[in-house]
Design a protein around this ligand. Structure first.
Ligand code: SF4
Length: 149
C-alpha cells in the first residue's frame, strides 16, 4: 500500500504549539486509501508541547537550510537547530516508510508549503515554505498543503 507523510496534528495528535491537534475530514479524504504516516517534526526534535510560537525571520525554510534565515520564538529564543533537526527526522521517516508525497499543515514554520508567517508575529504571511517542507521538496518528496475543511 502506498504511504503518505502527514503532519501529526492534522491526524488529531495534540502536538501543536498550543497543545492542540486539528483533525481534518478534508485531510482524511485527501489521504484516501493510502497509509498515513503521522509525523511532527518539532516534537521529534525534542521541543515541548505546549511551546512558544515560532516563526522564520529573514526568509523561508529554504533560506534557513541555506543559513540565511533563522527560526525564533516569540521571546526571541533561537530554535533554528531544532527546526532543522526536525526536518531531517521527517525526511528520514518519509524515506523509511516509502512516502513520495507529504500532506502538511498550512503556514507552519515547519510544515507550511507555499505560504508561511512572515517572522513579525503579527499574523502577516509571506510566500515560502516551512523548514520541513523545504527539505522534503529538495529531496524529491512532493509536498502539498493540507486542504481545509
Ligand atoms: Fe503540526 Fe507540523 Fe507543527 Fe508538528 S510541526 S504541530 S506536525 S504543523
Amino acid at each position: 500500500m502506498e504511504s503518505v507523510l502527514v503532519s501529526a496534528c492534522l491526524q488529531g495528535v495534540p502536538c501543536r504549539f498550543d497543545g492542540r491537534g486539528k483533525a481534518s475530514g478534508a485531510v482524511t479524504a485527501a489521504i484516501g486509501d493510502r497509509r498515513p504516516v503521522a509525523f511532527c517534526p518539532e516534537v521529534s526534535a525534542g521541543l515541548t508541547t505546549p511551546r512558544r510560537p515560532a516563526e522564520i525571520v529573514g526568509g523561508d525554510g529554504h533560506d534557513v537550510l541555506d543559513g540565511r534565515a533563522r527560526v525564533v520564538d516569540d521571546t526571541g529564543h533561537d530554535v533554528t537547530d531544532e527546526f532543522v533537526d526536525g526536518a531531517e527526522r521527517a525526511l528520514a521517516a518519509a524515506r523509511r516508510t516509502g512516502c513520495t508525497e507529504a500532506l502538511l499543515m498550512a503556514r507552519s514554520p515547519s510544515c507550511g508549503r507555499g505560504t508561511v508567517y512572515d517572522g513579525t508575529f503579527t499574523g502577516e504571511l509571506r510566500d515560502g515554505d516551512g523548514v520541513t517542507a523545504a527539505l522534503l521538496e529538495r529531496n524529491g518528496i512532493s509536498v502539498r498543503p493540507a486542504p481545509r475543511d
